[in-house]
Design a protein around this ligand. Structure first.
Ligand code: ZN
Ligand code: FE
Length: 256
């Protein structure tokens, strides 16, 4: 099985764009290129030629570089079927249950709507790498712009079958602010308190907090803990169902 070499490119204020190269055929994909220039600079530095663009959703800070990169490299643009009309330059539509291979690296595709109606996630089991766009963040989740809370909760549940050591390559560095909020939800979570301290130290040193692992998120991310008894008790919703818990904490976050 082909493995991925993954480079993280910080762009704009807090975006992360990922450049990935698979080892079997040397194919190179960029995930969610906000802009062409920083991607071109990184390709130049690495001596790589772009063959694919993978988009998780239509927002400009994830697709803004599509057309310029496609023009230069003639690369294939892969994006959500449900948002075909809103992805610039899209060639291949994918959705829930599909697999798509970049050279020898096979990705499973999940529909993860809620942030946008056509949001998808790419899971590369051979490299244990999850590209979840703006669905799951380190200690947070995307704002629900185009879907319902229930839909977003279901979308996060699509990751339930993935292993604890799955690496979560989310698209924004929002972690420090997310940690502050998470501590208001579950102040008694010792793992969260420890993680929050580690995050402060990383940011102090100018380092990224992404990727995290799904295991860490399961222990500390309130949006993945909507069925956890300690969290439910902490917010006074011990008997509530997980969707109601999700709606409550997502609403609190929107007003935080
Ligand atoms: Zn977005
Ligand atoms: Fe975004």
């Amino acid at each position: 099985m082909s493995t991925l070499e993954i480079h993280q490119i910080p762009t704009r204020k807090d975006n992360y764009v990922y450049l990935i190269r698979e080892s079997a055929e040397g194919k190179v994909a960029v995930v969610d290129p906000s802009d062409a220039a920083p991607v071109l600079a990184k390709l130049d530095e690495l001596g790589w030629a772009l063959t694919h663009i993978l988009n998780t959703h239509h927002h400009n800070d994830h697709t803004g570089g599509n057309l310029e990169l496609k023009e230069k490299y003639g690369c294939v643009v892969v994006g959500p079927r449900a948002d075909h009309d809103r992805i610039a330059g899209i060639d291949i539509d994918v959705g829930d249950g599909d697999t798509y291979s970049v050279g020898g690296a096979r990705a499973q595709v999940f529909d993860t709507p809620g942030h946008t109606r056509g949001h998808i996630s790419f899971w590369f089991p051979g490299s244990k790498a999850l590209f979840c766009g703006d669905t799951l963040f380190a200690l947070g989740c995307g704002r629900v712009f185009e879907g319902t809370f229930e839909q977003m909760w279901h979308s996060l549940g699509k990751y339930d079958g993935l292993p604890d050591d799955a690496r979560v390559f989310c698209a924004h560095e929002y972690t420090q602010a997310n940690a502050k909020f998470a501590l208001t939800v579950e102040p008694g979570n010792a793992a969260l308190a420890a993680r929050s301290k580690a995050i402060d130290a990383l940011r102090e040193a100018g380092k990224p907090t992404v990727p995290s692992t799904l295991g860490e998120e399961r222990e500390t991310n309130p949006f993945l803990r909507t069925g956890a008894e300690p969290l439910k008790r902490a917010i006074g919703m011990a008997d509530a169902d997980p969707v109601a818990v999700f709606a409550e904490i997502r609403t609190r976050k929107d007003n935080f």
